[in-house]
Design a protein. Structure first.
Length: 352
């Protein structure tokens, strides 16, 4: 991998490799864009198979955060960090060492909680740096609010595809029953959908099936279900040639990041199969919106009202994609760039 060429192609400003021998910390911080403000993005801890895989994930996720912030009308840039470790290798010393690296950036990067990090872990990081959000878990943390955003995205997609945003009676398959997936299942149950669920953790599947009367599905069978909406809420890159060719769903709307293995190839494949795709960084922005409001002084009504804008943003980009003939993913990138340009111009007028 040619590092400078790779980062330049995606438009990254800075990539930092963090190593602390005493604690065993190995982390990568990717800052994609800071035109509108400090780069904001959560930190995930994952046992990547290689350092290249960790870097690739950080680069893709950080770019997605730039577009997520812009589409959500948040005046922040995009960044992301990954810690290369198994969950059992996580220690207070490792987290605090990571916090010291964040502090040295002096506010250029603001982080929070992602996969395999808990609110308690965030508080350990916070002992060494003030540039962290999510320590107080406003509104129960980011997961419940992310799930609300995904539900709103489903409603927008149903409105556009079926003519009504009433989900009652629709068949919905949820892949991945982590914090967001389980909260989403709760909301979908309240909206009286016919629910199908899948996860590699059978205990989670049994729990959700019992609570909400959902039909349990084996992981390898979830893609080909005859459902109206498929909601990927697990890891990324699950929309690929093999899985898309099996799909019968009319809509894809879920919380997972980086759902498209190849953004161009598989975005076009979904369009060719007449599947309406809700770009991940638009529909899953609820958590980012929530922690941003923590940063500026949390007011629950304002935060939830902001999350509701996801509905209108998705309708806007669906129409944009249809009128221009581009994929919804490409339309969302273009919409984000337009909003960044508009915000930059407004900043210039203020400072002139």
């Amino acid at each position: 991998m040619k590092l400078f060429e790779t980062t330049a192609t995606a438009g990254h400003e800075q990539v930092l490799f963090c190593n602390d021998q005493a604690s065993g910390l190995k982390a990568i911080i990717a800052i994609h864009d800071s035109r509108l403000g400090a780069a904001m993005g959560a930190t995930r801890l994952w046992p990547y198979e290689s350092e290249v895989a960790a870097l690739t994930d950080a680069l893709r996720l950080s770019r997605g955060m730039t577009y997520k912030a812009a589409c959500a009308n948040i005046p922040m840039g995009g960044g992301k960090a990954v810690i290369i470790a198994k969950p059992e290798q996580k220690t207070c010393e490792l987290l605090q060492a990571y916090g010291r690296f964040i502090e040295r950036l002096n506010g250029r990067f603001i982080t929070g909680q992602d996969i395999n990090l808990t609110p308690q872990d965030v508080r350990q990081i916070n002992r060494e740096t003030k540039y962290v959000v999510g320590t107080q878990e406003k509104s129960g943390g980011p997961a419940p609010v992310t799930a609300i955003g995904v539900l709103l995205g489903m409603k927008a997609a149903a409105k556009y595809r079926f003519g009504s945003d009433n989900l009652k009676g629709l068949k919905v398959a949820v892949q991945g029953l982590g914090n967001v997936g389980q909260h989403l299942c709760d909301w979908l149950h309240q909206n009286e959908v016919k629910l199908f669920v899948s996860d590699i953790n059978q205990a989670k599947v049994s729990k959700v099936a019992r609570l909400y009367g959902a039909t349990a599905v084996e992981p390898e069978q979830v893609y080909g279900l005859d459902v109206d909406i498929f909601a990927p809420c697990a890891m990324g890159a699950i929309l690929n040639t093999q899985t898309i060719s099996q799909m019968k769903a009319s809509i894809i709307a879920g919380s997972a990041n980086n759902q498209l293995l190849d953004e161009q190839v598989h975005g076009e494949m979904l369009t060719d199969q007449n599947i309406l795709y809700c770009p991940d960084y638009v529909i899953n922005a609820g958590g980012l919106i929530n922690v941003y409001h923590e940063l500026i002084g949390y007011q629950e009504k304002k935060a939830i009202s902001h999350v509701h804008s996801i509905y209108d943003t998705l309708l806007e980009l669906f129409k944009k994609a249809e009128t221009t003939g581009m994929t919804t993913h490409k339309a969302s990138m273009q919409l984000a760039e337009e909003r960044i340009t508009q915000a930059e111009q407004a900043q210039m007028l203020v400072s002139a």
